[in-house]
Ligand binder design. Structure first.
Ligand code: FAD
Length: 443
């Protein structure tokens, strides 16, 4: 399917030849700035800095030949968007002024200012930005690796299994549909429940809702971290007859028998109990973890995330290293929206340092956003600081209410902004819009 899509693109030949050229010239090269990871965060930074620092001063190390706009996966899983619209060739989205190195980073060596690549060669840098995202750990749940992609088990979190979600949902005629959220930090903490509401709507449209139980199982003790939106989501779940089971951590999947097993967390009377539930459909949000090569490097904190100052995004021990996005230690909710806001701060501070200006002065205050899709044309647009838990809404209306405008913004406008502005480094979030659309909001 990927090949067919690329073949239809007129730019395929140029992209491929560029990929080959960069691949050939990558070993043992030296750059002013190396960006590890060409995802949402890495490109938001590298595009601007490649333009500012000049041609081939910036290298982007990225092993994937395609770039996915992951926020669209929820819509694909719900049958509302086409999977083919979620990806583009990496060589097309990296700035033409940057050097794409189509390999994985295998080791980061901050003492020698080098990155070792998967083929054993090294790239040296004056400045480094680390933006490798977070690793999906399907192997962290017993039996899941064998069950997923069949046995009614799907996940919007992986491009490999996202299309199974809608496919398997359509096969359901009765029984239990289960949706899980793990105990580990994850990207887009709202996505595990968004798909439950889309499934509920689908079952209603098919006239089978009275025969299907929709059950949301979260390992956490709350449906959402911020009270304002947690209250809204609890009310929506109740009104849709979505059963919310707190402190239930998925520990095993038996695909052939179609059974999911949960361990009860928390400190209640049933803590430690094991509960096994039969299912017809199971949507799994896998546990996630930092990549081992980051975790085992000198730039990681104890938890394995890149150890940066939460305001300036500069590394706490190596001043020529910065990090943003899902792989960073920033204690906010991991989203592309957060990465956009972080990218502005990072670029400002790094450029100031490169130019020899004063110490980093731009500050990130934890802004993040989670658009909680609750149905076709319905969405709760959570925006808040992950540092303080304070809502930071862009618009004058109460964004905890489901709104068709919020849906349009997320489903139709933001995907265009992502391709045409965020990846080009010109979108750093809605703060400028908030100033006039909701002047009384914080920041
Ligand atoms: C189902 C789903 C729904 C979501 N919904 C939303 C939403 O509605 N709103 C929102 O704001 N966010 C949403 N997100 C989260 C958002 O996609 C991520 O937070 C965002 O992509 C983080 O950007 P990043 O650059 O840190 O990581 P990524 O975008 O994941 O990019 C990391 C990059 O690093 C590369 N990489 C990995 N290992 C190496 C290596 N060894 N060497 C070099 N490169 C490497 C990867 O190939 C990848 O390209 C959603 C995510 C999912 C999965």
């Amino acid at each position: 399917m990927l090949a067919a899509k690329f073949a239809s693109r007129s730019s395929m030949r140029q992209s491929w030849s560029r990929l080959m050229t960069t691949a050939a010239s990558s070993p043992s090269s030296s750059y002013k700035l190396v960006v590890v990871g060409g995802g949402a965060a890495g490109l938001a930074v590298s595009s601007t800095l490649a333009d500012k620092l000049g041609k081939n001063e910036v290298a982007v190390i990225e092993p994937s030949p395609v770039h996915y706009q992951q926020p669209l996966f929820t819509f694909v899983g719900g049958g509302l968007k086409d999977f083919n619209d979620t990806y583009r060739p990496t060589a097309e989205v990296v700035s033409p002024n940057a050097q794409l190195i189509p390999q994985a980073a295998a080791q980061i060596n901050p003492e020698s200012n080098t990155v070792t690549l998967s083929d054993g060669s090294t790239v040296s840098y004056e400045y480094l930005v680390v933006a490798t995202g977070i690793e999906l750990n399907f192997g962290g749940i017993k039996g899941l690796q064998d069950a997923i992609g069949k046995n009614g088990v799907a996940s919007n979190y992986s491009p490999k299994y996202v299309q199974n979600t809608y496919e398997f949902l359509q096969n359901v005629t009765s029984g239990n549909a289960l949706f899980t959220m793990p105990a580990t930090p994850i990207k887009c903490a709202g996505a595990p429940q968004k798909i439950a509401y889309l499934a509920d709507e689908l079952f209603r449209e098919k006239g089978i809702r009275d025969r299907v139980n929709v059950n949301y199982y979260t390992a956490l003790g709350k449906i959402f971290a911020v009270d304002k939106y947690a209250n809204a989501m609890n009310a929506i779940a109740k009104s849709r007859d979505v059963n919310v089971n707190l402190f239930h951590d998925l520990v095993e999947v038996d695909g052939p028998a179609k059974k999911a097993t949960f361990k009860i967390l928390g400190d209640g009377a049933r803590t430690g109990d094991i509960v096994t539930v039969p299912y017809e459909f199971l949507h799994v949000t896998p546990p996630m973890k930092p990549f081992d090569f980051i975790k085992n490097s000198k730039i990681a904190n104890a938890a394995g995330y890149v150890d940066v100052n939460q305001a300036t995004l500069q590394h706490n021990r190596y001043p020529n290293i910065y990090s943003l996005g899902d792989c960073s230690s920033l204690p906010t909710s991991k989203t592309a929206a957060a990465a956009a806001a972080q990218s502005k701060v990072l670029k400002s501070n790094l450029l100031a340092q490169i130019r020899g200006d004063a110490a980093p002065s731009a500050e990130y205050t934890g802004y993040t956003s989670c658009p909680l899709v609750t149905g076709k044309h319905k969405l709760v647009l959570a925006e808040f600081s992950g540092y303080t838990g304070t809502p930071q809404e862009t618009f004058f209306f109460n964004q905890a209410n489901e709104h068709a405008f919020s849906y349009w913004l997320t489903a139709d406008l933001l995907p265009e902004i992502y391709w045409n502005s965020m990846l080009k480094g010109t979108w750093s979030g809605p703060a400028p819009i908030r100033k006039f659309a909701n002047p009384t909001s914080i920041n």
